[in-house]
Write a protein that binds this ligand. Structure first.
Ligand code: MG
Ligand code: MG
Length: 252
């Protein structure tokens, strides 16, 4: 069952969300050819702790990093490693959450390293725009299926596919709360949205097939065909009007 947050809880989520967004900025500034994903993770970790929060992902289900850092054909859940070195032309997905006084943010971005392919640029742009297509339906009275179909239709119309095996989710005291928010669906179907719901909406978009697989490290999800994948996520609060983007540097 999903949880409705009161205004005090949403206020705490704004602070958690702001720190989460700032951690992504720290990562963006750190990303350059030659840096390891472990070094990026260390900078994120330091920033979150310095801000009086804790890294939600660290130890979650046994995850060994403060952020999931996924390169190129890696979709999500990449483990920071000193053996993974960022190169010119890569796309880097950073997914991170900061917990503040019991509430967590959850947000992801895809960054281009130097000059990347036209396909990579389009993939990053379409993924971000699909999130904002979904926001048109992220208000009280619409349903989860309206969000999913908005993402899916926009992505498909641009020649890409949505990952179906992983979804967005409610977020709050727990990193993953009900309801699930697939990046596909039928308009008018699924759980109804109410003011005070807090949700992580996160299109995961593949350049090729939608199929994914999990590597032997049991975490890293990769595209089945080895082509690129992009990710864009914000935590939001549902209202009777436009949603509040909680993972925003100007919000809390
Ligand atoms: Mg996330
Ligand atoms: Mg999430």
């Amino acid at each position: 069952m999903f949880v409705i947050k009161n205004s005090e809880q949403v206020a705490l989520m704004k602070i958690a969300g702001r720190i989460t967004a700032e951690a992504l900025l720290v990562a963006e500034e750190a990303i350059r050819p030659g840096i390891s994903t472990k070094e990026i993770d260390a900078k994120i970790h330091r920033y979150i702790i310095k801000s009086g929060a804790t890294p939600t992902f660290l130890g979650y289900g046994g995850f060994p990093g403060s952020a999931c850092i996924s390169l190129n054909s890696e979709v999500i859940h990449g483990i920071p490693s000193d053996k993974k070195i960022v190169s010119e032309g890569d796309i880097v997905k950073i997914d991170v959450g900061a917990r503040y006084r019991g509430y967590t943010g959850d947000s992801a971005r895809t960054f281009a390293v130097g000059k990347v392919s036209d396909e990579a640029l389009k993939l990053i742009s379409v993924t971000e725009k699909s999130f904002f297509e979904a926001m048109k339906f992220a208000k009280a009275g619409f349903r989860i299926g309206d969000i999913g179909s908005a993402v899916e239709n926009f992505v498909i119309s641009n020649g890409f596919t949505v990952v179906r095996a992983y979804t967005g989710h409610g977020v709050g005291a727990e990193l993953h709360e009900d309801p699930e928010i697939p990046n596909f669906g039928k308009p008018g179907r699924g759980v109804r949205l109410y003011s005070g719901m807090t949700l992580a909406v996160e299109p995961m978009v593949n350049a090729g097939v939608c199929d994914v697989k999990v590597l032997r490290d049991k975490w890293t999800v990769v595209t089945a065909d080895g082509r690129l994948s992009a990710h864009y996520e914000n935590s939001i609060a549902i209202t009777d009007g436009d949603p509040i983007i909680l993972t925003d540097i100007n919000v809390g």
